[in-house]
Design a protein around this ligand. Sequence first.
Ligand SMILES: Cc1ncc(COP(=O)(O)O)c(C=O)c1O
Length: 437
Amino acid sequence: MAEHMGSWTPDKKNTDFADLVISATSASGNLYREGLGMIASENIVSPMVQKVVCSDLHGRYAEGLPYKRYYQGCGDFDTIEELGIKLAKQVFNAPFANIQSTSGTVSNIATLKALANPGDSITAVSTADGGHISHARMGAVGLRDLNLSTYPWNEERMEPDIDASIDLIREISPKIALFGQSVFLFPTPLKELADAAHEVGSTVVYDGAHVLGLIAGGCFQSPFEEGADVMTGSSHKTFPGPQGGFILSSSEDEKFQRRLNNAVFPGTCSSYHLHHVAGKVIALAEFMEYGQELSKNTVKNAQAFGAALAAEGFDVLAESRGYTASHQVLTRHGELDSGAGAKAAKLLEDAGIITNMNMLPGDTKAMTPSGLRLGVQELTRVGMGTDEMQDIASFYSRVLLKGEDPAYVKNDVREFKSNYQVIRYCFNEDEISGYPL
Ligand SMILES: Cc1ncc(COP(=O)(O)O)c(C=O)c1O
């Protein structure tokens, strides 16, 4: 057994391993209870979502679609999934929804399987420009053996270069024109690009993993109105549900819809994690009540945070466009490929602020990038507003610009965070005060 296994020593018993997992889980919870979770792909779930995610459903199976099952015992879950499909159609304003996929990546794998065959071509955003690994040969695109061409990029505007991308789409006539990124500050100029893609017979897929909640809350862009045929995404980033995925479509064509459903089951999933599906349905119901306000405040906070960091003296990207139109902010901490982003992320972690290093335009090495990608969606969820964004920018400044000891700043971060322990924008917000185990 490996030496690096936490506090393992030869005299440990199997129950000790279990205890180790429980105590590490609890410590991880504490990290976010006492610190500032600012990773743009993460969020926390409401008390009611926590309840169903920890329910008996976690061990059950329901292959197929509601009322068309291969197993007995699914009647109650049929009620849940049928309701979830209805709510997802409403929340995302789409005639089709599949709520089974177990992650954003699985949604993409299933969608590529449904809409393209090996050897077909696809256009997407390069990972160097913020595209996701599932859009790359190393990920789902390679798994389906598609020929990838990436859009020319406008670094100034942090979006595909419209004219050059239209030329690419016309030249390649891809089976799928895929849009959306992991580094996603501004809406994709989708209308123009989708028109070009449709002209050459492509299916337009928009990966809204990061911005799904902002889209549903009417605060980012409206991919279906702008020409997307399919939208994929995660259920746990700006959409505040448990980990999982969605596939949505503007198509009324039943054959097209069946292809998407079949690509999830049996195409990519057998069991599709019923406890998370139930959690997604509760999150959808909560979103119908609170989603617009949550999304509006999330974007407002990100813009305030970008401005506050710039006022402190940080190099915040996209100043000319108001820093951001999403939940994300990007900062540069040194020369390209210098690893300055990694160093900044570590110092912030020592101060109880959890972020991730990120490649910025011009960086070429994922492990030594110059930047940070920061997200404010989780802090918004616990009730923080624009004033708190100023406070947090000043913590960043103390650690990264003024050279204060991060351990000392950590005490102030803990004190600050102690006032934000209740999960907001959800039903029964006082039922479980704060973060789960
Ligand atoms: C654009 C994009 N698509 C897909 C994913 C994958 O989502 P998941 O982590 O739910 O598999 C991500 C993850 O961050 C992403 O940024």
